[in-house]
Design a protein around this ligand. Structure first.
Ligand code: NDP
Ligand code: 8X3
Length: 252
């Protein structure tokens, strides 16, 4: 078992949902937290309830220069990032591909794929130089199965799956570990974002069964991070009990 007490954990997308839940669960283990997102007010509210050291970073991960500057500018005491949780991401739109909005496609590709790459490229070299570190990507069941209307979102999560595997291959001769947690349906702000703020439509996604919570996913992330040094959990897929695949969920 690796103690997470005093470990430094950087979480992207810590202002909501799974990222926020990860922050609370890592804090409960005594970790020091670098919390990154665009909505810094929310990060402040989160930090105020935590009893561990936090550093808040207002960051749009789509902005490569801003990502590099944010990591370069970290105070020395915060540069030793032990665990990177690449969580920030979104779905935007649920249309057939030939009817889809290219702006939404770009937002998803720029965030889920390119943003994850920028953050990883900035932080992994520090882990390699130090000879320790753990990257935990938040993928999705959408990176294993394509569903109707999922087209570009699924493509970005298939890309995350490929990048996770690529990182693990490229880091095999180092002590740096790479893992992915790939959930099914988790009730967060995800569907509100996907449906452009339509809360009623978002609510129906989670009706008739008990979806996962951010905490359920964060439990897996923290468990993965706490394995012994020689144990690298490659992939965890988590469904609600009522879900059997991307397309099959039993609703009462
Ligand atoms: P939420 O919408 O609740 O949270 C998304 C988080 O990502 C927010 O903190 C948001 O912060 C952050 N974010 C989005 N865009 C950017 C950006 N450009 N720069 C920095 N941060 C950004 O959704 P979830 O918690 O559900 O989603 C988290 C991850 O989990 C995503 O990668 C998603 O694809 C994945 N996932 C979600 C599932 C679900 O069913 N909910 C299932 C499987 C995977 P802010 O807006 O403040 O920048
Ligand atoms: C988000 C969950 O089922 O909409 O990754 O793909 S799903």
């Amino acid at each position: 078992m690796t103690s997470l007490n005093e470990k430094t954990v950087l979480i992207t997308g810590a202002s909501a949902g799974i990222g926020q839940a990860c922050a609370r669960k890592f804090a409960a283990e005594g970790a020091r937290l670098i919390l990154a997102a665009r909505r810094v007010e929310r990060l402040k509210e989160l930090a105020a309830e935590l009893t561990v050291e936090t550093l808040l970073v207002e960051l749009d991960i789509r902005d490569r220069k801003a990502v590099n500057k944010a990591i370069d500018d970290l105070p020395i005491a915060w540069k030793t990032i032990d665990i990177l949780v690449n969580n920030a991401g979104l779905g935007r739109g649920f249309d057939k591909l030939h009817e889809g909005d290219p702006d939404g496609w770009e937002e998803m590709i720029d965030t889920n794929v390119k943003g994850l790459l920028y953050v990883s490229r900035a932080i992994i070299p520090l882990m390699v130089a130090r000879g320790s570190g753990h990257v935990i990507n938040i993928g999705s069941i959408a990176g294993h199965e394509v569903y109707p209307g999922g087209n570009v979102y699924c493509a970005t999560k298939y890309a995350v799956d490929a990048l996770t595997k690529g990182m693990r291959l490229d880091l095999v001769d180092t002590p740096v570990k790479v893992s992915t947690v790939d959930p099914g349906l988790v009730e967060t702000e995800f569907s509100q974002v996907r449906f452009n703020g339509d809360k009623e439509r978002a609510r129906t996604v989670y009706e008739g069964y008990q979806p996962l919570t951010g905490d359920d996913v964060a439990d897996a992330v923290v468990w993965i991070a706490g394995r012994p040094e020689h144990v690298q959990i490659a992939e965890v897929i988590i469904f609600p009990t009522a879900q059997a695949s991307a397309m099959v969920t039993h609703k009462e």
